[in-house]
Design a protein around this ligand. Sequence first.
Ligand code: AMP
Length: 397
Amino acid sequence: MNYNKKTVRDADVDGKKVLLRCDFNVPLSKETGEITSDKRIRAAIPTIQYLLNHHAAVIACSHLGKPKGERKESLSLKPVAKRLGELLRREVLFAADTIGPDAKAKAAALQPGQILLLENLRFDIREEKNGADFAQELASMADVYVSDAFGTVHRAHASTAGVASYLPAYAGLLVEKEISIMGRALEDPKRPFVAILGGAKVSDKIGVINNLLGKADTILIGGGMAYTFIKAQGYGIGTSLLEEDRLEYARDMLVKAKEKNVRLLLPVDTLVGDAFREDCARKTVDIREIPDGWMGMDIGPRSIERYCAQIAEAGTVVWNGPMGVFEFPPFAEGTKAVAKAMAECSAVTIVGGGDSAAAVEQFGYADRMTHISTGGGASLEFLEGKELPGVACLLDA
Ligand code: AMP
């Protein structure tokens, strides 16, 4: 996969209409419908500002939630247009449809330096089906396409990939940052390259482990997925998370890591609880001595020390998935320690989106990481080495 793509800086946008795919899939309050975090809107500002400063007329578009091809007022992007206007301190026009008469009329009248936001793309079923007619209609409103929705580049939808068949396609500043930092980490990392993988399930991370076994020097395993590996080595794991059908895979990986000379480390101790509850009884035990009826819910202090020592010496660290049930404070120490070690080390540090990004923010280390990906699913597929349709469709540099 080529991560070296033309960016908005290579495009001639002066006086042009630019179709800008953003990720405005913001969280909404269930009670009031209000936007509860505008982080994704803020993430799009640099590219929007760049385009407006370079005299482009910006036609922004995004999906929001899962309306599944039906118009749902609760998933209208109208509140996003309002918030975007406040952040940009300028008027953001809003079209009540995506490729309908209102969008077409407003796009046609749009002047350089103005911005228009189209209604939720997923109100039309053809968006997710990557319908060629829908993509063509979208493209017909603009001269240039810019992709800045990293959160959806792993999807081949009309607005993330289809439109690139009809318009010259460039990466926005956010997508550029995501693919250049993560692309470099995978293709030409500063070594030693340490990957930290956690989270609930081995099955979710199989693609990542497979890909990283050919690239990383060290892989540190934590979280619920660790216990399937421990069981695969023949030890009891009490009531810890287990994926029976992945035991064989775990065994294979341990062998493969040896063959490839990759240091694959598993926890040597664990903090167990007697129930999946924040206030359960807990104790630290050797990983080979998890008692019946107890559940491994965090990595233990000796594992923390071992993992942090690897991080301290790393040239590149990529992290995806918490080390334990960090939502329960008594079981957050492992995840917190990894975040702190990453914040304090001199390596290039990359945090995959989703739970690990949330943890890093919760513990206050966000601004000390080289990069926190804005896409959970997208960054996972990136680490799996999969081709991302929303990146592949952009012009090569
Ligand atoms: P993922 O979405 O796969 O990254 O998994 C994140 C979730 O894994 C979080 O909600 C954690 O609470 C959970 N998790 C991490 N470690 C464990 C564990 N030892 N047992 C159960 N769940 C865990």
